[in-house]
Design a protein around this ligand. Structure first.
Ligand SMILES: NC(=O)c1ccc[n+]([C@@H]2O[C@H](COP(=O)([O-])OP(=O)(O)OC[C@H]3O[C@@H](n4cnc5c(N)ncnc54)[C@H](O)[C@@H]3O)[C@@H](O)[C@H]2O)c1
Length: 461
């Protein structure tokens, strides 16, 4: 079959895979190829067991794979035939040298730029999908024009706003698609090509175009604002626990103000995921490098509150369970950083599990999709850890359950049966405020939610 355009995505991860699957589904006239330096990942994308879990992803991949969606380890061949190249490689926080612990590590991204330069034989539109510091497109363009090979490269910024767990719905019906370009004749022409591709399924009024720096910065700012809301409500949850106010009631009252809105106001054990912390650190680093220290301090506090919230959770467990966890068996319900994904990157559960093990507790981890990643995250960590997918089996014989992930399944469990199988007194620490706390108290549990009064069968003073 003759395709109109060859689209390539470099990086077959949580963004590259789902994004390209939806582009292939919505643009059958284009051929979409996803490549990666990791051949195992490519083999998994070509197998019945995809490397990542996202509701709806399996179905789309089955529908399009082998028709106009291809996963391949041939990066050179992919670059040669591509008209449009999305760069969707990882951009983690740098852990060495200048900017360690703050700046984005651009080594994977730069390697990609050099590969594009080396293998290209025809003009390309290169699209930044990865989240990158402001002005990275300029560096990309410098690399791509560093030889006089006469090939035209236009660099666009098209940050991805999908949210893991709802990635497919977010991609099929995005709030907005953002495309940043150089304001040159060929930059604007390249931008129009990408606009036309998205217009296959996204209403035009939701496709916004900006200059390239605004586009790069908008992605960092969007994540910083989202994380800031979580830290804001979590900071107030600490105050609620001291005063007897109820964080859910406060969130409802505050969120009904249409200027504020009610989304992202659930108090919890803290945010996780590969992006929020890294993107804020990146923003903080940018601000500091421009001498904007007050601005940097402001955004840094969002991360500090997140860390504080996790510490507070462990301290609450220790305090409630008579100041010793040694030898006690504690079950974590959920390990993914949020529901409906198997992704555990920066999950608060990693920190909580490690801290509980430091207190010599025995930790049992349960999760419907994230046990493989949990095992990798805790590899080499000292202490007694076991992994049990069935929540009933996991809780059996435990002294406490801590809810780490807001999976629906935890709301529908038979907690009377769980209570009967546990060591007494039984504790539940609801790190997501998803359970019926009154009911649990009646069953016999001592219940410790976030930002609400604790409910126990003994004197808490
Ligand atoms: N995960 C999210 O929810 C999300 C959302 C929006 C934006 N982003 C951004 O998208 C980017 C990718 O994130 P992700 O979660 O998909 O990362 P990921 O780690 O899941 O995937 C990145 C992939 O790129 C591959 N890779 C690295 N260097 C390569 C190279 N030179 N050639 C070919 N492949 C290479 C890796 O092997 C890996 O499979 C990051 O910048 C991230 O900040 C992520």
């Amino acid at each position: 079959m003759q395709f109109e355009k060859n689209i390539l995505c470099i990086g077959a991860g949580y963004v590259g895979g789902p994004t390209m699957a939806v582009i292939a589904q919505k643009c059958p006239q284009h051929k979409v190829t996803v490549v990666d330096i990791n051949p195992t990942r490519i083999a998994e994308w070509n197998s019945p067991d995809l490397p990542i879990y996202e509701p709806g992803l399996d179905e789309i991949v089955k529908e399009t794979r082998g028709k106009n969606l291809f996963f391949s380890a041939d990066i050179e061949g992919g670059i040669k035939e591509a008209d449009i190249i999305f760069v969707s490689v990882n951009t983690p926080t740098k852990d060495y040298g200048i900017g360690a612990g703050k700046a984005a590590d651009l080594q994977y991204w730069e390697k990609t730029a050099r590969q594009i330069l080396e293998f290209s034989e025809s003009p390309k539109i290169v699209v930044e999908k990865s989240t990158l510091p402001v002005r990275t497109a300029q560096a990309m363009e410098k690399i791509l024009t560093s030889t006089n090979n006469g090939i035209r490269f236009d660099v666009l910024s098209n940050p991805e706003f999908l949210s893991e767990g709802t990635a497919i719905a977010d991609l099929q019906e995005p709030d907005r698609v953002l495309i940043g370009s150089m304001e040159t004749e060929s930059g604007l022409k390249a931008r129009d090509v990408l606009v036309e591709m998205y217009a296959n399924w996204v209403p035009r009024e939701r496709i916004i175009t900006t200059n390239i720096w605004s586009s790069e910065l908008s992605k960092l700012v969007a994540n910083a604002f989202l994380a800031q809301r979580v830290s804001s409500i979590n900071s107030i949850s600490a105050l609620c626990e001291k005063t007897g106010a109820d964080i859910s009631e406060v969130a409802t009252a505050v969120g009904m103000d249409s200027r504020i809105g009610n989304k992202f106001l659930n108090a919890s054990v803290g945010f996780g995921g590969s992006c929020f912390k890294k993107d804020i650190l990146n923003l903080v680093y940018l601000c500091r490098s421009y001498g904007l220290h007050e601005v940097a301090d402001y955004w840094e506090s969002v991360i500090k509150i997140n860390q504080y919230q996790q510490e507070r959770f462990v301290f609450k467990m220790l305090n409630a369970m008579f100041n010793t966890l040694s030898g006690k068996k504690i079950c974590l319900f959920g390990f993914a950083f949020k529901a409906n994904t198997g992704d555990t990157r920066e999950s608060p559960a990693i920190f909580i599990a490690k801290r509980l093990l430091e207190e010599n507790a025995e930790v049992v981890i349960s999760d419907p999709k994230a046990l493989k990643n949990a095992r990798a995250d805790l590899k080499g960590v000292n202490g007694k850890i076991s992994y049990v997918e069935d929540p009933y089996g996991a809780a059996c014989g435990c002294h406490a359950i801590a809810i780490m992930t807001e999976w629906d399944l935890y709301q529908n469990l038979d907690f009377e049966k769980i209570y009967r199988s546990m060591a007494k007194p039984c504790f539940i620490f609801d790190g997501r405020n998803i359970l019926d706390h009154e009911k649990l108290l009646k069953i016999g549990f001592n219940v410790f939610p976030i930002g609400k009064p604790a409910m126990a069968h003994f004197d808490l003073s």
